[in-house]
Design a protein around this ligand. Sequence first.
Ligand SMILES: [Zn+2]
Length: 392
Amino acid sequence: MEWLFLLLPLAALSGWMAACSHYKKRYVSEVSPVNADYFIGLNYLLDEQPDKAIDVFIRLLDVNSETVETHIALANLFRRKGESERAIRIHQNLIARPTLSTAQRDQILIELGLDYMHAGVLDRAEQLFLELVEKNDPPPQAIEQLLRIYQQEKEWSKAIDMAKKLYDQQRNEMGPLIAQFYCELAQQNKDPSSTVVESFIKQAKNHDHNCVRTALLEANIYISNSQFRKAFKCLEKIEQQDHHYLPEALPLMFICYQATNKLATFESYLRALLNRHPNMTKARLILTSIIQQQHGSRAAHHYLHSELQTYPSVEGLDALISLGDQSNQTLVPLIKGISEKLNIRGHRYTCKNCGFSGKKLYWQCPGCKQWATIKPTEIHLSSLEILLESSK
Ligand SMILES: [Zn+2]
């Protein structure tokens, strides 16, 4: 990054030349002192005294419409180097000038807000962006930055306000985002069956019909009220919404069918589901435990054993060992120990956007901060190598 500084004198020089050509016609005599200042500034930079260099360049670059851009470029370079305080100084110096056009003033306010965000002073950044957002025709960048701040601060109602301002232009992107924010609000509420939560869920559905998280939330509420048919209707939709999330829905469906004594129906449902999604280990495991309940351990063992030949998985192996003959005193505990460890160590959720993986389902990825990009993944035998590699 150090080499970037070599560009600073260039940036300054181009600004200075622009200023020069502007003044040449009228104030030719003023050119030489500016020239001397430029070399003083350059010297400070070379001596690695950027603060003194900034002072010189600020003095040197007369702020007019032609040099504002040069100033902004200089400040942004400091920000990119992680030197937010210096960037703030330059931008503050610029914003104090009375001759700026409205567009220039807006741009500098946005840059200054970004400086504060980089410096971690979120409340100052928020103030600046709010000032811009309250205008008649607010710059979208200011709204986007506020949206970022409110997500970071987990201020979901304010985040919803900002996302709604962008909704008309970015419907496809903002709809699912707003739905996630309403889900956050719903989950924050201590009483899940309150009317407030109900209205949050309704709003979430209005903004994104395909929000799996809303369906799961709604189903959980129905289950806690013993409304199992309604819960199942919500959960069933998830296959169309995004079938990758079905492993999250299946245990809840299991609860519904068990509570209504309809395990045989669920068994047929799972067999049909596995025809459509043969790799879904979760469905295979739940089906195994239903077979065990309905037809006994031998039948369950037989079913799972034959399935694992075609669809091997660590979780399946673990379940098979638990179901089978436990009489071998050395081999069974050994294999069970290994499969259990792999199960525990394996990451079940992966972000399709940045590759972040973990044991917990986060609706907002801790890695890339995107929403609903983390999905359940299977721990297949083929991934054993990666698991073993990561344990070294
Ligand atoms: Zn991610």
